[in-house]
Design a protein around this ligand. Structure first.
Ligand SMILES: [Zn+2]
Length: 137
């Protein structure tokens, strides 16, 4: 390991505001999925919901709507009653995070859903205080 390079890197990072450094660290999780017969399992669904800080049942409803197939949660796994390619699943997970989790103002994932009213959700960001309403899925 090149310590000089590390020190340089440390210094470079130290100069950046904390916000940017944290933004770089956040990665939308990848779904670990597999097709089994006529169904598809997302093995790490519970973990994805934890990262999103959303209820598994809530995310399962979103996936069902997006994939046009019934879903059910079984402990940490999501079972989709259809064969779905992992690229498609990951695109939906990404879309979920971009729309419902990552703050549209500061781009941090520290948000929660505060209230739901007919057809809408209010997203509140704990990092920057932004609140906005978006269409429910
Ligand atoms: Zn924010």
């Amino acid at each position: 390991m090149d310590t000089n390079y590390d020190k340089l890197l440390d210094r470079a990072f130290a100069k950046l505001p904390t916000l940017s450094a944290e933004n770089v660290d956040f990665k939308i999780p990848l779904a670990d999925s597999m097709v089994q017969g006529a169904k598809t399992l997302i093995k790490n669904f519970g973990q994805i919901a934890d990262v999103a800080r959303r209820d598994k049942a809530e995310m399962a409803r979103y996936m069902a709507k997006e994939l046009a197939a019934p879903t059910s949660v079984e402990e940490q796994r999501l079972i989709i009653s259809s064969k779905v390619n992992s690229d498609v699943i990951n695109a939906k997970v990404k879309k979920y995070f971009e729309t419902y989790v990552i703050c549209k103002e500061c781009h941090k994932p520290d948000t929660h859903i505060e209230s739901t009213s007919r057809g809408f959700l209010t997203i509140v960001c704990e990092a920057c205080g932004a609140r906005y309403t978006i269409k429910h899925y």
